[in-house]
Ligand binder design. Structure first.
Ligand SMILES: [Zn+2]
Ligand SMILES: [Zn+2]
Length: 194
């Protein structure tokens, strides 16, 4: 199941061997996604790969083993991401540079909506980083609350905000406070201000 925008979950992927999957068996496991794709790839290969003839086992430091397409113990050689958490809607591609870049972004901006930004604003990680860094204006209960604070900070005067005042609500409050009394007579409102 694809996960939601919940970036509080540590990023991880379930990596599957495609040959086994197509043959109807489960060959794979969960891996934590850190920020280094090279590290992660070798952790994955240490699980799947048969290793080369020189070392007999898969060794991270062995140049022969480091070849990307080293065959697996089961004979398969292709990988897919069949489940994931904490990374947004990343699909099934075994694209570790992108997955690790997303994990790094989540790590960098813990309190900001990284996955939602990637999903709804810009899926490009570098542009998302810029947007999250340069344009984030904080978390608010609603946009009106932010707008009020922003107008205050920007020192906007009454005249600039005049067109946006909710006069009906203001009038109702004046009336309720007792500062103003009204008499409806002849289709008009007669106002008395104390
Ligand atoms: Zn397999
Ligand atoms: Zn080797």
């Amino acid at each position: 199941m694809a996960d939601s925008d919940d970036s509080t979950v540590d990023p991880k992927i379930w990596v599957a061997c495609l040959a086994c999957y197509n043959g109807g068996s489960l060959h794979g496991r969960w891996f934590d996604v850190g920020t280094d794709p090279d590290d992660l790839h070798h952790e994955v290969m240490a699980f799947f790969a048969k290793g080369c003839e020189t070392c007999g086992e898969y060794e991270r430091e062995c140049p022969e083993c480091r070849a990307f397409a080293a065959p697996f113990r089961c004979g398969g050689e292709e990988l897919a991401v069949h489940d994931h958490e904490g990374l947004g809607d990343v699909g099934e591609a075994y694209d570790l540079p992108r997955l690790c870049a997303i994990a790094a972004l989540v790590d960098e901006f813990e309190d900001r909506p990284v996955l939602a930004y990637l999903a709804r604003v810009d899926e490009d990680v570098e542009r998302a980083r810029e947007g999250l860094r340069e344009h984030y204006a904080g978390r608010w209960d609603n946009l009106a609350e932010w707008a009020e604070s922003w107008a205050e900070d920007a020192g906007l005067g009454t005249e600039q905000l005049w067109p946006y005042v909710d006069w009906e609500r203001y009038a109702r409050d004046l009336e309720l406070s007792g500062d103003v009394e009204t008499l409806d007579v002849g289709g008009a409102v007669h106002v008395f201000r104390r």
